[in-house]
Design a protein around this ligand. Structure first.
Ligand SMILES: Nc1ncnc2c1ncn2[C@@H]1O[C@H](COP(=O)(O)OP(=O)(O)OP(=O)(O)O)[C@@H](O)[C@H]1O
Ligand SMILES: [Mg+2]
Length: 352
């Protein structure tokens, strides 16, 4: 599946803009503030219904206007053309596929999955565990509706249980511990299974292209296999939980780690190494979604080359070639010039 073209009206600095894309790698090149990120945001909106920069859809409306409109033409793997549109007028919005309004964002992702990497996503590598949990939770929810259901249920349970811990309501705590244990075990089982698959794809991407640095992604939760074991663990921390008025055991405490040369990337990796890791992670996200949804997502990479030396930049580009379609922004011409020379012409969109 690829995006063939996009039309945007009144989105950020653009009053009216359209461009076309090709399969494989597309480069959007231009100076700061020309609208490179805005084009990626617009494509992303066609998959997620909103921006990746700000969940407030209306923040994308040009300051001088009161509405925006984005239309994208996509071609599915079976060569069917579809048109997706997102219109926003103040707080109201309308999203359509082939002129029919959609009822759930999941319908949109199913038709047009995209994966985005923005510079601020570096916090996936060096930020807190909450950010990594959210990343994997979102990913597993896209490919498994049952995971999304269990996750929502579990979050509801721990919110309720926290109130009960505050009230020291013993009988009710027990009741909700039971629900927590049941759903917690399901979540752990699914997380372990999906992570194992993700990890295999990650290793394949890494070892192929980026020798010289050893890396590993890790997930080792303090998990148990059965509801009874979970309840036993809760019993062990009960006093502390009441004292701290907080849920101290369960999947909400999980972390996923990145190691570079065996040391936690969060503390020890260089800027370029973090960027490398993030790009391979996003590439893996694409392969993972393709494996489960049966469709290769479009990969959007904002400011990909910043902080990467030319040699690494080229290796990364080579890795990205295996994707159906990648759209990359950059302010730096040099890697693109080298690529154009060695690969032949690639689609370049120049913003003046
Ligand atoms: N709601 C808005 N209305 C009008 N202009 C906006 C709005 N939001 C942002 N802008 C401006 O739009 C321009 C394009 O922003 P964008 O982030 O797309 O640039 P960019 O090409 O990605 O730049 P950089 O290379 O610095 O990342 C910027 O000048 C920004 O200040
Ligand atoms: Mg930008």
């Amino acid at each position: 599946m690829i995006i063939e073209s996009i039309e945007i009206k009144n989105v950020r600095n653009f009053e009216s803009y359209d461009c076309e894309f090709t399969p494989g790698i597309n480069l959007i090149y231009g100076k700061n503030g020309k609208g490179k990120t805005t084009i990626l945001e617009s494509i992303y909106s066609l998959s997620m219904g909103k921006s990746f920069k700000n969940s407030q859809r209306k923040s994308m409306i040009n300051f001088e206007k009161d509405s925006f409109y984005i239309k994208g033409k996509i071609i599915t793997d079976d060569n069917v053309k579809k048109t997706i549109s997102v219109a926003c007028l103040g707080d109201q919005h309308r999203i359509t596929i082939d002129k029919k309004a959609i009822t759930s964002i999941l319908d949109l992702i199913d038709v047009f999955p995209v994966v985005v990497m923005a510079p601020e996503n570096i916090n996936l590598i060096d930020g807190s565990s909450v950010i990594r949990r959210k990343f994997y939770d979102r990913l597993f929810s896209i490919i498994d509706k049952q995971y999304l259901f269990s996750l929502k249920e579990y979050n509801k349970i721990i919110r309720q249980r926290k109130i009960l811990l505050f009230e020291k309501n013993d009988e009710m705590i027990q009741l909700w511990s039971d629900k927590m244990a049941e759903t917690g075990v399901v979540l752990w089982k699914k997380r372990k299974h999906f992570f194992q698959q993700f990890s295999k794809l990650f290793s394949a991407s890494w070892s192929n292209e980026l020798n010289g640095i050893e890396t590993e992604i890790k997930y080792s939760p303090k998990s148990v296999e059965s509801k009874n074991e979970f309840l036993h663990q809760l019993q062990q921390v009960k006093k502390q939980e009441i004292l701290k008025r907080s849920n101290l055991y369960g999947p909400q405490k999980d972390d996923y780690l990145f190691l570079v040369n065996k040391a936690p990337a969060r503390y020890f990796a260089s800027q370029g190494e973090k960027k490398l890791l993030l790009t391979v992670l996003k590439n893996t996200e694409c392969k993972f979604i393709e494996k489960y949804l049966g469709k290769p997502p479009v990969l959007l990479l904002d400011d990909l080359l910043a902080k990467l030396d030319n040699e690494r930049g080229l290796k990364i580009m080579d890795m990205l070639r295996s994707n159906n379609q990648a759209i990359i922004t950059s302010t730096d011409r040099s890697v693109m010039d080298i690529l154009n020379q060695s690969w032949g012409k690639i689609n370049t969109i120049h913003l003046d």
